[in-house]
Design a binder for this molecule. Structure first.
Ligand code: HEM
Length: 543
């Protein structure tokens, strides 16, 4: 056959194949009866586009507004926006495994970690070993490391209150300076909470903090981790991008950032592994627990590649997520002075000094503090998208729908957190909705809200670091609120992080001024809020 005829035949065969796939997916696929965007039913590129844009969490919400509680968001994938689906899909009895989405996460074939393990038995073993590092007693021994960095943050903010903001304000500052109680220049709390969370996790995972709070040298690593997370999301959402390394072609900056992070974390983990347990017997960090932990059933510990995989995971899983929740909490407190005032009253009454704020009953019983953090995580969840699970042989029934083996299912966090069926006025910051004595609707309304609240996911693959995250967030927010008065920066700076601001503000779902805006990169990218701090009357920070 002449060359031209061969090319025509190949192109024609390809066209017939494509048409066949499109017709099958639209009319004969087991999910064909479910509504959804036309392009999403035909190809995974639709979902990959939103993963790249960082508006995946909003797209799930928008589509549920349009199509109802269940829709098809990719050829083989269904999203369900109900509290019952949450239990059916993620609960302990769910007949599912993690979707192939997670094969895009590990840097090498032998570095599957607790988070990226798909096989249920392999995951159970890793999780058992890792759980030693998250026992209550282990977290208590890590408290000292966390507090070192929270103190460093307080000192930095105190320093900011003592710097002159601008020549015009010099006089005002001079008047204030003798008492050290002037207002600081606006501080970007997305950055500060990032530095804090990375310093804590670097300290606990690699045995040495990044020292981002006190020096700019290592701050570049926050961008690398963000790139790693974003790359995992894009490639996992549409696996051909991962399989054929298209990310290196299409998203070069993101792919390069991820590669740099992997090299960096490998080197850090290697250095910590060399020190081992004997080299630092008093050091109770994650590595200490990882190095000595043994599977109670098999007696096996983690191999070196697994150690890297786990410490690498912990940095990504524990830093960005926690910093987003803290910056979101500060965003909403700065936008709701009445809530800040109530929280400040509670915390200042409960603790006589800054150093009294430690882990323990006095902190865990701060109900309004927990309500503020939970409400911020509801409105702006650190992991806002959908965590896909694949139905195993035997199928799965969800909300009366039967799904065959191989179907990918999930509940999108941002969408279910804004579902009016569970949250009255879902876009309003209302911490009291979490307090049975204060919530409109009482204990029933609180129980309904709890049933759909899933910032840490739920079930056997839910966040293992939840207790640790609450420990870090409570210590940080309580200490900041105890020591400082805070207010939103005035003018344009105060708008950073708000909806309806800049280019993105014109997007449907990003127009709400009072909502902290996140870019969904699997975890989240954020900017702002810009907050001013002032050491409050009666507070002292020992530098
Ligand atoms: C506010 C802070 C945090 C949030 C919102 C959060 C959220 C989540 C979510 C949604 C998952 C499920 C991911 C999935 O199914 O793909 C998860 C898993 C996980 N998280 Fe967190 N996380 C936080 C803090 C932490 C911290 C501080 C650590 C460790 C120091 C941590 C370690 C992990 C690990 C290891 C997993 C995998 C668990 C498994 O698959 O068995 N997280 N987290």
């Amino acid at each position: 056959m002449p060359l031209t005829a061969t090319i025509v035949a190949v192109v024609a065969a390809f066209a017939v194949y494509i048409v066949g796939v499109v017709v099958y997916r639209l009319f004969f696929h087991p999910l064909a009866r479910y509504p959804g965007p036309l392009l999403a039913k035909i190809t995974g590129w639709h979902a990959a586009y939103h993963a790249w844009r960082g508006d995946r969490h909003l797209e799930f919400w928008r589509c549920h507004e349009k199509y109802g509680s269940i829709y098809r968001w990719a050829p083989n994938s269904i999203s369900v926006n109900t509290n019952t689906a949450l239990k059916d899909i993620y609960g302990h009895r769910a007949n599912v495994r993690k979707a192939d989405f997670y094969t895009a996460f590990p840097p090498t074939k032998d570095t599957f970690n607790t988070h990226s393990s798909i096989d249920r038995a392999a995951h159970a073993r890793k999780r058992r070993v890792l759980s030693h590092a998250f026992s209550d007693s282990a977290i208590k021994t890590m408290e000292g490391h966390i507090l070192d960095h929270v103190r460093a943050l307080c000192t930095q903010l105190l320093g900011a209150t003592q710097k002159t903001r601008s020549p015009q304000l010099l006089e005002e500052k001079q008047a204030e300076s003798s008492s050290k109680r002037g207002w600081s220049a606006p501080q970007n709390m997305a950055s500060w909470t990032n530095y804090l969370a990375f310093d804590v996790m670097g300290d606990l995972c690699f045995g040495k903090p990044f020292r981002m709070l006190t020096s700019p040298t290592n701050r570049f690593a926050t961008d690398l981790v963000a790139s790693a997370s974003h790359r995992h999301l894009i490639c996992g959402t549409y696996l051909p991008i991962h399989k054929y390394h298209l990310d290196k072609l299409l998203f070069r900056r993101i792919a390069a950032g991820r590669a740099r992070y992997m090299a960096y974390s490998k080197a850090q983990a290697g250095e910590r592994a060399k020190i081992g347990i004997d080299g630092a017997p008093d050091r109770r960090d994650f590595f200490y627990y990882l190095l000595q932990a043994r599977d109670p059933e098999t007696g096996a510990g983690f191999a070196p590649a697994e150690l890297w995989g786990e410490s690498n995971l912990l940095i990504i899983a524990g830093s960005d997520t926690t910093s987003t929740a803290m910056s979101a909490t500060l965003f909403y407190l700065a936008h709701h002075p009445e809530c800040f005032a109530q929280l400040a009253r509670d915390v200042r009454a409960a603790f006589a000094s800054l150093e009294d704020i430690r882990l323990g009953p006095a902190l865990t019983t701060q109900a309004y503090l927990r309500a503020c953090i939970d409400e911020a995580m509801r409105l702006s969840p650190s992991v806002g998208g959908l965590l896909p699970r694949t139905v195993l042989p035997g199928g799965l029934a969800v909300d009366g729908h039967f799904f065959p083996p191989g179907t990918d299912l999930g509940v999108p966090h941002y969408a279910v957190h804004h579902n009016e069926a569970y949250f009255a006025e879902p876009f309003v910051f209302e911490p009291s909705r979490w307090l049975p004595d204060e919530a409109a609707g009482g204990a029933d309304a609180v129980a309904r809200a709890q049933s759909a609240f899933c910032p840490f996911s739920i079930g056997p693959r839910g966040c293992i670091g939840k207790t640790m995250a609450y420990a870090e967030m409570s210590l940080t927010i309580a200490r900041l609120v105890w020591a400082f008065d805070l207010r939103l920066a005035r003018g344009e700076a105060g708008r950073i992080g708000e909806g309806g601001w800049g280019e993105a503000g014109r997007e449907w779902g990003r127009e709400k001024r009072g909502e902290y805006q996140l870019k969904d990169t699997f975890t989240s990218w954020k900017d702002g809020p810009m907050v001013e701090f002032k050491l409050r009357e009666g507070a002292e920070i020992i530098e």
